[in-house]
Design a protein around this ligand. Structure first.
Ligand SMILES: [Zn+2]
Length: 488
C-alpha cells in the first residue's frame, strides 16, 4: 500500500506540469515590445543612443570604449543571477538584425505583464550583458568592416582595433558562461542542398581547435541550439541551417569558445517577403528569449546534441532573387535553352541610410541545383531584349503622355531622356526603364548585366523582367498599368 502510494506521488510529480505554458507565446506578442524607432536595417549609432536613453534604471549601462572614429560602444546589463551571458551584435556593420532584436529584448525586460514569471526566472538566475552594435563606424557606412577597413572577426588574436580589444576585455572580465555572437549572412544561402529552403537562421557551436573536438561546454552550446531550433521550426520549418565548423584561428567565436565561454553563433539570412528583416528580427527576439529561459531553467540539458548535428549545412550561392527556368535565348542564328538567374544588389544613397536595388544576372545555364525567391517555370517562352524608344523625352514623367502599353507591343520598354537619367531610387520598381542621354544600354544576357527582357509566347508578351524584377503581364494592359499606378 505504501509502495503504491509512493508510486502515485512519484508519478504525479513527474507528470505534473510544473510551469504551465502561458496561453500566448512571445512570438505572438513581439509587437508589444518592438522598438518603434527602428523600422529598417539601416539604422545608425544615433538610433542606438536614443533607444538606450529611454531605458529605466533597472538596466546597468556603461560606455566600455570607443570605435576608431570615436563612437561610443555600450554595455547594457540586466539581472542579478550568477550565470553571466554575454551577447554582442553588429561586429559587422551591415549585419543589424540581432541589434534590432536586442532593442526589443530591452523593452521586454522594461515591461511588466503576464510574462513576469519568465522575467523573474531569467533575471534571478542570469545576468545578461549586451553589446549592441560593436562596430558603429561600419554601421554608419552599412559595411562589414570597421573604419580601418579591417574585418574585426579576424582580429581576435592580434587585437589591433579598439572594437576588438573592447570585446576581449569584456569577455575576460566577466569570464562569461555563455556567449552569443550575432551576425547576418547573405540572403543567398540555402538550408541543405536538395530543397528550395532559405537558410533564414543558421547556427554554429564554433570549434575551439583544428580537430573540431567537442568538450562539455561546446556540447552545452549544441544542446542550447537544439532548444532554439525547436522553437524556430514552428515558425520557419526547414529554413534553419548549420554553419560549417572549420576552425578559424583569428575569429572571435572560435576563440571565445576556446577561452571557456559556451559560444553560439547565430547568422540571420534571408526570408521571402521580408526585405527589411522585420520578421527575422521577431524570430531573433523569440529564440534569444528561448535561450535565456533555457539557460535559466537548465532545460537545454534535456536536449540531445544530435538535434543540432542533424541540422542541414547551409550552402552559399545557391539562392537567387529570380530564376527564369528553361527560357529560350536567341543569339545570332542560334537558340539556347538557359535558366537565367538575377540578384538585386543594394546601392546606397542618402548617406548610406537608404538603398535601391539594381538587377544583375547572377548566373545562367543549367541552374537546376539552384533556387530562387521567385522561381518562374518559363519553358517555351522566348527571352527577347527590350528596345529603346526612338524619341528622347525631357522628363521621366512625360512618359505618361505616351501609350506605354502600345509601345511595349512594339518592343519598347526603355525610354531615353535628353538630360541625365532620373534618380534610380525613385524608379527602380516599375516595369519600364530610363536611360540618360549618354548612357549605354547593354541588352545582352550575360553575367553581371542588367538586361530588360520581354518573355514571349506565340509573339505575345507574357512577362517582362526590368531591373531584376519579374512582372506578370498575362492579364494584359490592366496588369501593366496597375504596376505603374502612382509610380510615375
Ligand atoms: Zn558577420
Amino acid at each position: 500500500m505504501l509502495n503504491s502510494l509512493l508510486l502515485f506521488i512519484f508519478l504525479t510529480a513527474i507528470f505534473a506540469d510544473p510551469q504551465p505554458e502561458p496561453p500566448i507565446s512571445l512570438y505572438d506578442v513581439h509587437e508589444r515590445y518592438r522598438d518603434p524607432i527602428i523600422e529598417d536595417r539601416r539604422f545608425k549609432h544615433n538610433d542606438i543612443l536614443t533607444a538606450l536613453s529611454a531605458l529605466p534604471d533597472t538596466f546597468h549601462q556603461s560606455i566600455i570604449g570607443h570605435s576608431v572614429e570615436g563612437r561610443s560602444i555600450h554595455l547594457v546589463s540586466i539581472g542579478e543571477g550568477p550565470i553571466d551571458v554575454l551577447l554582442w551584435s553588429q561586429m559587422h556593420g551591415n549585419e543589424p538584425t540581432a541589434t534590432m532584436a536586442i532593442l526589443d529584448i530591452f523593452r521586454f525586460f522594461a515591461a511588466s505583464d503576464e510574462f513576469d514569471a519568465l522575467r523573474q526566472l531569467i533575471i534571478s538566475n542570469c545576468t545578461l550583458h549586451f553589446i549592441p552594435m560593436l562596430n558603429p563606424d561600419g554601421a554608419e557606412r552599412f559595411q562589414r568592416r570597421n573604419a580601418n577597413g579591417v574585418d574585426l572577426n579576424r582580429d581576435a588574436l592580434r587585437l589591433q582595433n579598439p572594437e576588438s580589444r573592447i570585446l576581449k576585455r569584456i569577455r575576460d572580465s566577466l569570464q562569461a558562461d555563455w556567449g552569443f555572437n550575432l551576425h547576418d549572412q547573405s540572403r543567398y544561402y540555402a538550408a541543405g542542398t536538395d530543397q528550395p529552403f532559405t537558410a533564414s537562421i543558421s547556427f554554429l557551436a564554433p570549434a575551439y581547435n583544428r580537430q573540431k573536438s567537442t568538450n562539455i561546454k561546446r556540447e552545452d552550446a549544441m544542446q542550447l541550439i537544439g532548444l532554439m531550433n525547436r522553437t524556430l521550426q514552428k515558425y520557419i520549418p526547414n529554413k534553419v541551417g548549420k554553419y560549417n565548423d572549420t576552425f578559424e584561428p583569428r575569429a572571435f567565436g572560435d576563440n571565445i569558445q576556446k577561452w571557456g565561454t559556451r559560444t553560439i553563433l547565430i547568422e540571420t539570412g534571408g526570408l521571402k517577403d521580408d526585405p527589411e528583416k522585420q520578421e527575422l528580427r521577431r524570430l531573433n527576439f523569440t529564440i534569444l528569449m528561448k535561450a535565456f529561459e533555457g539557460i535559466a531553467s537548465g532545460a537545454y540539458e534535456d536536449v540531445s546534441r544530435s538535434e543540432y548535428l542533424r541540422l542541414p549545412y547551409n550552402r552559399y550561392n545557391s539562392f537567387h532573387d529570380l530564376i527564369l527556368r528553361e527560357v529560350i535565348v536567341p543569339k545570332g542564328n542560334e537558340k539556347y535553352t538557359f535558366d537565367i538567374a538575377f540578384r538585386r544588389l543594394e546601392k546606397p544613397y542618402n548617406n548610406y541610410r537608404s538603398f535601391y536595388p539594381v538587377g544583375n544576372v547572377s548566373d545562367l545555364g543549367d541552374l537546376s541545383t539552384s533556387f530562387a525567391y521567385t522561381d518562374l517555370p518559363a519553358a517555351g517562352l522566348i527571352a527577347e531584349p527590350a528596345k529603346v524608344y526612338p524619341q528622347a523625352i525631357a522628363q521621366a514623367d512625360q512618359v505618361k503622355a505616351l501609350d506605354l502599353w502600345k509601345q511595349l507591343q512594339e518592343g519598347y520598354l526603355i525610354y531615353r531622356l535628353t538630360g541625365s537619367a532620373p534618380e534610380k531610387e525613385q524608379y527602380h520598381r516599375i516595369p519600364i526603364g530610363f536611360l540618360g542621354s549618354e548612357q549605354n544600354y547593354i541588352s545582352e544576357i550575360q553575367l553581371e548585366t542588367n538586361p530588360t527582357l520581354l518573355l514571349k509566347k506565340n509573339n505575345a508578351i507574357q512577362f517582362v523582367v526590368v531591373n531584376g524584377y519579374l512582372y506578370d503581364l498575362r492579364e494584359g494592359r490592366t496588369a501593366f498599368e496597375s504596376y505603374l499606378q502612382g509610380k510615375l
